[in-house]
Design a protein around this ligand. Sequence first.
Ligand code: SF4
Length: 202
Amino acid sequence: MENIIISEHQHSQLTQEAIKLGASACVVITSGEIQVKDDLAALCNGEYPCPNYGLGASCPPNVEGPAEFRKWQSRSRYSLVVKIELPISVMFSDERKDVMRLLHHIVAGVEQKAVENGFEQSKAFAGGSCKDLFCEDQENCCVLAENEPCRHIASARPSMSGFGIDVTQLMLSCGWPGQKAEKSNASDTESTSWVAGLILLA
Ligand code: SF4
């Protein structure tokens, strides 16, 4: 099935699921609004000093990248964007990993709900490295090392970064501020920041 239209009932079911699972906000956008940039994906190509490069099945060079994303995007009419707002002091603390795991849990849960609603080819994307977030205490990603199913298949999803998704533009498409607060403001108890994820409905 291609370019399935979303009904009001599905719209409400999916956005409510995101909020129920812990999202601060969820917006439906047309998938064509998602901007995918090769140069952003290139930041994950191994030259950029990401300590998680190549360690998990959900990070480059083990993900399909921008070209494949654009094919998925062409077969999708609508997408959901979720965000979790958090105090900036948490964003730059050890608690950040808990928030990132929650983000994965939310997008994977909404993806599952989308599948139940007839969007059987839906794909969810989060942020951060699943090796770092879910398998930090494991020597290897078992998908890569042993060709076994992911240990956290119900939650762990690939990061938007590896596909070159322009997250700032994604936020603006939702009518949300695109910029994140700076680390230099981490002691400001009033400041908030956000993390975001995406579910491509198809
Ligand atoms: S097994 Fe761990 S590192 Fe590998 S894809 Fe799953 S969560 Fe990521």
